[in-house]
Design a protein around this ligand. Structure first.
Ligand SMILES: [Ca+2]
Length: 488
């Protein structure tokens, strides 16, 4: 039996306001009505109460038909130039096509590492508000936190996570406790691709379905894609939210032979070929999900986002912290150029990632250069789903609908990044970016004009002292709200 969903106390649902319990009842009834259409004729036996419920259901159902399905695909550690449409050497035809036919967000920021980005995505708040600045196996979100899937679930969406959770690595902290109807994959972080084990220790056995630990055979990317495709095929007329955080291209990597054979011959070296194969395999997986949406006849009204959780990594592939899975030795060959830095850094190479939005019915192809942030997705999706929080959820993100659908220029706003253990932080404001590393007498402050120096190679802190002061004030203001994770 699945655990009780985490629900906010009360929501306004357009013209009909109902309590959370009422919503659960109505939502359950909506699913029953939609799935058992033929049995609707029997409703009259249940009298006035059921008639009223059915009326409410009809309202929700008719709303549901106008709201988009949402598919959010997130790669793990995929660098800025790991994709062919940014000059990467591994072919990525599916993503290239998605970028060409969809809308590319050229300045989409995430956290420098894993769990923080996932925290921001699922809460609309900077990860540091929850004290989460590093990958964590502890419970990241307090019980009662209003999450993105929880909000969509309340609005009648079917919700599913296929992939890596990493916001609490025990089953009792798993995705089903935070708004997902269905979940599958790794409760913890990156796993070995064939034995599906996380790092040695308490959380190593982590492969699960609906928080029940299971053993399966197969390559992780194939298993996740199979599950996502199967779940799409099982949908009925309710809108759905499918979150697919792949473990590719996180270490340790060992790809099926067929994908290694397909890597271009110009790419030499064992790990380099493995890394390219991993990207190509991921690209194909995205294509399979898109095909499943097409076959289900829902592609036009599905808002699909593809992104990465942080910049690319050049760490040792065969990390001995993981149980042996015969993965090759050598450093990963991620490419973040022309951006500076890599995974873990608050420089652009750690936090700016390839991002595409595709919604054939509503979003015109092109590129948007406004800086946007992973915390923007919750306000955006909640807006599209007509979810209005009954209380202030203290979102740091903003609703991107005017930008995505109507190309309305966004006003300048500070985008704050807390790096791992707050050892570094950054603030983007307009064209400018402030990077602060170290503390007190060891503090180092850098200022870059991102519009003219995307590589962050010219530190202008000395020549722009007034700007540095103003941005430091903004950074301190943003940081003051850290560690405010109350779920009230
Ligand atoms: Ca990652």
């Amino acid at each position: 039996m699945l655990p009780q969903r985490v629900l906010p106390a009360e929501h306004s649902t357009g013209s009909v306001s109902v309590s959370a319990n009422g919503l659960v009842m109505i939502r359950g009834a909506v699913k029953a009505v939609v799935r058992l259409k033929g049995e609707m004729m029997c409703l009259h036996f249940y009298g006035a109460l059921m008639f009223a419920t059915a009326w409410c259901c009809q309202l929700v159902v008719s709303n549901a038909q106008t709201r988009p399905n949402i598919v959010f695909i997130m790669a793990d550690d995929l660098g800025w130039a790991d994709v062919a449409f940014h000059g990467g050497n591994a072919p990525t035809p599916c993503l290239d096509r998605l970028a060409k036919e969809g809308l590319e967000l050229t300045q989409h920021y995430v956290a420098p590492v894993c769990s923080p980005t996932r925290t921001g995505l699922l809460t609309g708040r900077c990860w540091s508000r929850f004290g989460v600045t590093t990958p964590t196996n502890e419970l990241a979100l307090p019980t009662g936190t209003v999450t993105l899937p929880g909000a969509l679930q309340d609005r009648g969406y079917d919700t599913c996570l296929v992939g890596k959770w990493h916001l609490g690595s025990l089953p009792k902290w798993g995705p089903n406790h935070f708004g997902f109807d269905h979940s599958y994959g790794s409760l913890a972080g990156g796993i070995s691709p064939w034995n599906h084990r996380y790092k040695k220790g308490e959380y190593s056995v982590t492969w699960h379905r609906n928080e029940e630990l299971i053993e399966e055979s197969g390559h992780v990317t194939d298993l996740l894609t199979d599950e996502a495709v199967k779940w799409i095929r099982m949908r009925d007329s309710l809108p759905f939210f499918l979150y697919v955080p792949y473990t590719a291209v996180h270490l340790p990597i060992k790809e099926p032979d067929k994908w290694i054979r397909r890597a271009p011959q110009t790419i030499t070296g064992n790990v380099a070929r493995q890394y390219a194969a991993c990207i190509m395999h991921l690209d194909d997986a995205v294509g399979r999900i898109i095909s499943a949406l097409e076959h289900a006849g829902v592609r036009d009204n599905t808002l699909l986002v593809f992104t990465s959780d942080n910049g690319g990594s050049t760490a040792e592939n065969n990390d001995l912290k993981y149980p042996d899975d015969n993965c090759p030795n050598g450093r990963l060959t991620a490419n973040n150029l022309p951006l500076r830095g890599k995974k873990g850094d608050v420089y652009e190479g750690g936090t700016r990632v390839p991002t595409i939005v595709s919604w054939p019915a509503r979003v015109k192809p092109g590129k948007v250069n406004n800086p946007v942030h992973v915390t923007d997705w919750m306000p955006t999706f909640c807006s599209l789903a007509d979810f209005e929080p009954a209380r202030d959820l203290k979102w740091d993100g903003v609703n991107l609908v005017p930008l995505l659908l109507h190309r309305v220029e966004m006003s300048k706003r500070p985008l704050y990044t807390a790096g791992p253990r707050w050892r570094a932080s950054a603030l983007r404001y307009g064209d400018w970016k402030l990077v602060v590393t170290g503390k007190d007498e060891n503090r180092n402050v850098e200022l870059f004009n991102i519009a003219t120096d995307v590589n962050e190679s010219k530190n202008l802190a000395d020549t722009e002292a007034h700007r540095v002061d103003a941005m430091l004030t903004r950074l301190q203001e943003a940081a003051r709200r850290d560690n405010d994770a109350l779920a009230r």
